[in-house]
Design a protein around this ligand. Structure first.
Ligand code: R5P
Length: 284
């Protein structure tokens, strides 16, 4: 029984990196659309008895991506693989991790249960919005990127790590611990109906400091830009942003580059600021 990495057209860069990392062979699957929009996948690699890791990105077009995964898992099982694992660096729907308002679904549970019920044996995700969402899902693993980030930030003169909200405070703590520096957070409030974000200052002394703002996701950029403006107002001397999943909706990239000094993202969603390779987080 060997290990085989499969990837698709959305992970042509990542699939071979993963294969090199775990010392496996990699091949691309066939993936097409029928004229009516339905999807077609085919695996032409012989998989009898193999442990298969399918590497795929589910952003953009999350919903199509989920159907692609379902079809692929069935195809791999049909070929007699002994185990099927998924590497989905950015897990969509992870922010809806509870019923914020009555009548809402717990979307992340719906996705994880679907994967489990399909017979997925193991899953790797990177920097999941709330790692606790994986509790109870045996074999589903959240890969933490903070050591990798710390290596890139060691050159900063006088750093303090700041989370833009309470939800990412643990990330600030983990990164700060890696760097051996102080950390704190801003209190963020997002209006659930309008989506508007506002901040309350905490008692951190950031005057003259090189701030590292850390978050899991940059979507519109509103959270980071709001935090950066508050911290500049408090006398921070420079602002570096580290985020794992940089979705960058609309003008986010341009607005961000005006608001902060440096941005580092992972390649979970490839873009202008992708510097960290998530393949390097997989266990050997
Ligand atoms: C939310 O809690 C996440 O951790 C991010 O802070 C949020 O998704 C960022 O979104 P945006 O860039 O639109 O402010």
């Amino acid at each position: 029984m060997g290990r085989v990495v499969l990837f698709d057209e959305h992970s042509r860069d990542l699939g071979p990196n993963v294969a090199a990392r775990i010392n496996a062979n990699a091949s691309e699957v066939t993936h097409k659309y029928f004229p009516d929009g339905e999807q077609y996948v085919r695996v032409t690699t012989k998989l009898n008895g193999d442990d298969v890791l399918y590497v795929t990105r589910l952003y953009p077009n999350q919903d199509q991506g989920l159907i692609r995964v379902m079809l692929l898992v069935d195809a791999v099982k049909g070929l007699g693989a002994s185990r099927i694992g998924l590497f989905i660096p950015y897990m969509p729907y992870a922010r809806q991790d509870r019923r914020f308002l009555e009548g809402e679904p717990v979307s992340i549970n719906v996705l994880l249960n679907t994967l489990k019920n399909l017979g997925v044996d193991y899953l790797y995700v990177v920097d999941l919005h709330k790692p606790q969402s994986l509790n109870g899902f045996n074999g589903f693993i959240n890969l933490k990127p903070f050591k990798l980030y710390a290596e890139a930030l060691r050159g900063l003169g006088n750093p303090v790590v700041v989370s833009p909200d309470l939800g990412s405070l643990w990330r600030a703590q983990e990164l700060a611990n890696e760097l051996g520096v102080e950390y704190d957070y801003l209190e963020k409030h997002r209006d659930r109906y309008t989506g508007e974000v506002s901040f309350t200052l905490r008692s951190i002394n950031v005057k003259g400091k090189d701030i590292v703002i850390i978050d899991d996701i940059i979507s519109t950029g509103g959270t980071i830009i709001g935090a950066a403006n508050v911290l500049r107002g408090m006398g921070a001397s420079s602002i570096t942003v580290v985020a794992t999943h940089c979705i960058m909706i609309g003008e986010a990239e341009a607005k961000l580059s005006r608001a902060v000094d440096k941005v580092y993202c992972s390649n979970s969603i490839p873009g202008k600021y992708s510097v960290f390779d998530v393949a390097q987080l997989l266990p050997l």
